[in-house]
Design a protein around this ligand. Sequence first.
Ligand code: ZN
Length: 259
Amino acid sequence: MLPSTPVYEIYAVKYAGPFIRPLAKVLWNTDWEKEIEINYYIWVVKGKDEILIVDCGVSPSLAQEMGLQGYMNPVHVLKGIGIEASQVKKVVITHIHFDHTNGIELFPKATFYVQEKEFNFWIKDPVAKKPPFLRLSAPDRNANLANLEGTGRLVIIKGDQAILPGIELLLAPGHTPGLQVVAVNTAKGTAIVGSDCAHIFRNYEEEIPSTFITDMVAWMKTYDKLKSKVSSINLLFPGHDLKMATHYPKVAEGITRLV
Ligand SMILES: [Zn+2]
């Protein structure tokens, strides 16, 4: 990045959890007898003049329907660092799983950025209605996103694309067909909000994805791509690791500064 490129901070916003999961689900086929705790997050990328939200979490109505443990409305959590969700202008949707996409209504003035491959799969491809996919993203959950098509509030991204100076979306398939991550210029160099490309830091450290994977070969190529882009491996952030809430400076209730 050029020296004049804006520098951003990245915050993890925990909105649900902790949840206990079999380790083998989160770290592909590893240690079937062990368990691990995870959280649900969205992220804030904050510059001098810009706020970008990455993913939009789950709406209060779905959280109640699911009995989502430890749920806090992301709208309330974001107020902790002075962000009014109703005024947010830009939201990146990393992928169309309910825990990352359902809360679109929480950001009524935002424009949403989603990869064309991801949108076309989950919204239009009949395969997305097969049982394993339905578990993660029932079509009725995606109606609020589908309804934005053709309006100015949905920007379809094709591959790698800079959306602001110092912020680039990277196509990163594997977990889903068109997952995208957000590469961000920070004080420590290029960091990546990787969302569910990996669930936990160990996926990257050990080069083993979670079991929630639609294409293992694509995942391996994606990981090589992200490693070549990020300034250091500990600036590559996963989607659900408990450590994002416990091992970084806490700046407000449910919010930590990752970099
Ligand atoms: Zn996911």
